[in-house]
Design a protein around this ligand. Structure first.
Ligand code: AQP
Length: 344
């Protein structure tokens, strides 16, 4: 087995309001990994256009996601923050991976089935091939670790399958060019913490999502204190008091979700939350959750608003990050072209 330097890569789509699920499932991990790893964080705008986008909204959303990264504590000086469309190697490697991945593999992807819905014939080819682009995003940097929410697990497994098949299919050429047994690492998903799948506030069986038509289903990072309070108070619950043990949350998806959110925001676990709130009713617990959510998200929202008022600073962060990302991507893509036998 080849040894690869540890490198973290992850991305977020600029498709609308960033919410508590993106924050707890992904961005908080982005921040903590900066202490131990070299990190590359990407605003995946090529992924965004797999569904229709209004160009003006897309540009605003790209800047907003960048502002969210920085406001949450990602450091664009020590690490790399950029937008995908500025590094053409992502799309180039995705094409190579379209020729490595099998139709049968992509046909199993549940996210495509969910997003394409009943109107599958009308979905873009890009939406179908989304996972091969995601594999290219990670592997063009030969990244070893990928912090994501639980919903991305299947796509990460596909990225590993693609890396493995490329390494096998081209093993002789890889060795001939001095890369050892394999060229790509098998990237490891980092799906960790008490909130890897934050659910909708309106329906405990659906994940919190930017594209949910109801704004009451999610807490956005830029929501005001009043809006956060309203959304939490209206969140669906059941009539029983909170249990004292985690087992008592089974079959109570909405209660489980709110307890998980509280645990993640407070930095504790669900047992700690239930030790404090077990036996209390929801109205009392929701007041405590509002207070905690406003305390944690208020400063992030304020910083995002400040950063959003200076788009030229954000654009410069993205340009700077892109030029540093391009150096790594270009070197790996040159090696891939040689491995494939392309003449240059
Ligand atoms: N509800 C969630 N709980 C935990 N993690 C989540 N993530 C998304 N929703 C939750 C994680 O956030 C990162 C960025 O997600 P994305 O923007 O790339 O795409 P997504 O998973 O499709 O997110 P959304 O919000 O649900 O967007 P739409 O509505 O456009 O589909 C990923 O690591 C993801 O796991």
């Amino acid at each position: 087995m080849a040894q690869y330097p540890q490198r973290v890569f992850s991305g977020v789509q600029p498709t609308g309001n960033l919410h508590l699920g993106n924050y707890l499932g992904a961005i908080t991990r982005f921040v903590s990994l900066q202490e131990t790893h070299e990190c590359i964080y990407c605003v995946v705008d090529l992924h965004a256009i797999t569904v229709p986008q209004n160009p003006a909204d897309l540009a605003r959303n790209i800047r907003e996601v960048t502002a969210a990264f920085i406001a949450c504590g990602v450091d664009p000086e020590r690490h790399i923050v950029f937008n995908q469309s500025q590094v053409a190697e992502h799309a180039e490697l995705a094409w190579v991976f379209n020729c490595v991945a099998r139709m049968g593999w992509l046909n199993r992807m549940t996210q495509f089935k969910e997003k394409a819905g009943r109107d599958r014939e009308n979905a873009s080819v890009g939406l179908y091939a989304y996972p091969t682009l995601m594999a290219a995003d990670i592997l063009v940097y030969r990244a070893t670790h990928v912090p994501v929410g639980d919903d991305q697990k299947q796509h990460l497994e596909l990225a590993r399958d693609i890396a493995q098949k490329f390494n096998n299919d081209f093993s002789a050429s890889i060795a001939e060019r001095g890369h050892g047994d394999e060229f790509f690492p098998l990237p490891e998903p980092l799906i960790q913490g008490p909130a890897t799948r934050v659910m909708s506030l309106r329906d405990g069986s659906k994940k919190m999502s930017k594209s949910d038509p109801s704004d009451y289903s999610r807490i956005n990072l830029m929501d005001s204190a009043e809006t956060i309070a309203q959304k939490v108070r209206k969140a669906k619950t059941d009539p029983d008091a909170l249990p004292s043990e985690v087992d008592g949350l089974s079959g109570r998806s909405e209660a489980d979700n709110l307890v998980g959110i509280y645990a993640a925001l407070s930095g504790g676990g669900k047992p700690d939350v239930l030790r404090e709130y077990g036996g209390r009713n929801f109205s009392e617990f929701k007041n405590a959750l509002v207070e905690l959510a406003v305390q944690k998200l208020g400063p992030i929202g304020a910083e995002m608003r400040r950063l959003n008022s200076d788009p030229s600073y954000i654009d410069q962060v993205l340009r700077n990050g892109s030029s540093r990302a391009r150096v790594i991507a270009a070197e790996n893509m040159t090696a891939v072209r040689d491995i494939l036998g392309f003449v240059r």
